[in-house]
Design a protein around this ligand. Structure first.
Ligand SMILES: CC(C)(COP(=O)(O)OP(=O)(O)OC[C@H]1O[C@@H](n2cnc3c(N)ncnc32)[C@H](O)[C@@H]1OP(=O)(O)O)[C@@H](O)C(=O)NCCC(=O)NCCS
Length: 143
């Protein structure tokens, strides 16, 4: 299921979750881009997690996955990734890829649990608050 969600709702969610630092405009641009998939996750009518991905031909890139801090380690990230992978398989998408900071042990563990493998490393790819840059790990899974 592909659900429409506003850029404002995602931006406001990230003011609390603090998982990514996209502007509202970045969310807007992503939501209107061709091939965008957004999966929101609600509890008591409150947005508590979401996933954003973008498909091009038979490949899809995971752009964001974020779970509210109060709801982590409850299987929601796994559930969202499972839903995405089921949806992509139904659309004959053959590969799901992503980039993740090498210090993000929680996300890397989640992706490995979903069957992703490491394809490579982009050294000093991400800026960080400490001023030192962080490596990006490139991962993918065949669907
Ligand atoms: C990464 C994230 C999405 C995981 O969501 P979650 O709902 O907490 O994860 P789940 O409860 O579904 O966990 C599924 C698996 O992921 C791994 N995992 C999740 N959190 C972990 C942690 N803190 N430490 C180690 N492994 C972790 C485990 O393998 C876990 O399986 P298990 O519970 O059987 O051990 C969440 O921590 C988050 O929103 N982080 C901030 C945003 C972010 O970093 N996004 C990724 C950007 S690339």
């Amino acid at each position: 299921m592909i659900v429409t969600l506003t850029a404002q709702a995602l931006f406001e969610f990230e003011q609390v979750a603090q998982a990514c630092h996209w502007t509202e405009q970045q969310f807007k641009d992503t939501l209107i881009a061709d091939g965008c998939v957004v999966l929101p996750y609600y509890s008591n009518n409150q947005l508590i997690a979401y996933l954003l991905a973008q498909c091009v031909c038979d490949e899809c890139e995971l752009l964001q996955i974020s779970v509210h801090p109060d709801f982590k380690r409850q299987g929601i990230g796994y559930d969202l990734m499972s839903k995405l992978m089921t949806l992509l398989k139904a659309q004959s998408v053959h590969r799901l890829l992503l980039e993740v900071r090498d210090r993000n042990a929680a996300a890397i563990a989640l992706y490995q649990k979903m069957g992703f493998v490491i394809d490579g490393v982009r050294k000093n790819y991400y800026p960080s608050v400490t001023g030192n840059r962080e490596n990006a790990i490139l991962m993918s899974v065949r669907l």
